[in-house]
Ligand binder design. Sequence first.
Ligand code: SF4
Length: 329
Amino acid sequence: MITTVENELATYGYLQRPVDPYLNLVEEIQALKREKNAVILAHYYQESEIQDLADYIGDSLGLSQEAARTDARMIVFAGVHFMAEVAKIICPDKKVVLPDLKAGCSLADSAPADAFRRFREQYPDHVVISYINCSAEVKALSDIICTSSNAEKIIRSVPPEKPIIFAPDKNLGKYLIKKTGRDMLLWNGSCMVHEIFSVEKITRLKMRYPDAKLIAHPECEEAVLSMADYIGSTTGLLNFVGRDTANTYIVATEAGILHQMEKHYPDKTFIPAPPENNCACNNCPHMKLNTLEKLYLCLKYEQPEIVLDEDLRQRAYRPLARMLEISAG
Ligand code: SF4
């Protein structure tokens, strides 16, 4: 029987309970976290106020490693749905909650499980490497999962005579083909945020700031990557800025990472790479669905919770465990 709570979550993505506007949400969230033995894991693309409250901030690889490590009773995942799903796959005995169930991902949505199953059936001899930005169903159809931090290592772990399918991000796939020299079959997916950066506007910015370095996430299109001084995962970009000597950077990834860059390196200047149109499209609309109010509500009511069918969870766990093993090695 579908309950009122389930209906509410299906309609709005979170419990619409009134929040006293005078409440100090930061203090309330910290108190609830202690009381409920919860840990907040936040992705770099979250709002800065959520990042500042997190116990751990990182990219997909760091977050999944942290989920595997924590001994908290409840994981509050400030990120998008597939990330919280990964935490549940790795930690079935823990309660995993997400501030807004509707926080999805255009890249994960570009690989519907049924279409992906039919595609993979056409190439039974291929090893399937899937980027972590995909649903649990697609993970269950894959041999190994990877993130942008460890993708090269994962690809190189596959014997050279074995053909590879790489899914779902074609831009990351093309970049990895160049990097590793492995000719992989690519699924035609992409991220709505990373494919919209304007080469023309970046060129103009580089003329205005001739000493600035362009740093880019490998989900960006080839034309942007070919102009970049450094390409890496969000953690990779952050670390690069730390060891590099330049003072100004044009950053081609979701704008949330600028918060950590500015916090860690206050003497440097960071300019978000401009998108094609005039909107703030380098803000991921899915990531930005999470707010401080929704974080508070989900800690308080322990909803929305990520629930997975156990058979699916086990099938999705195998390729993730393989990734964690290879990354650790
Ligand atoms: S930035 Fe792109 S890949 Fe990341 S969650 Fe948003 S839509 Fe998905």
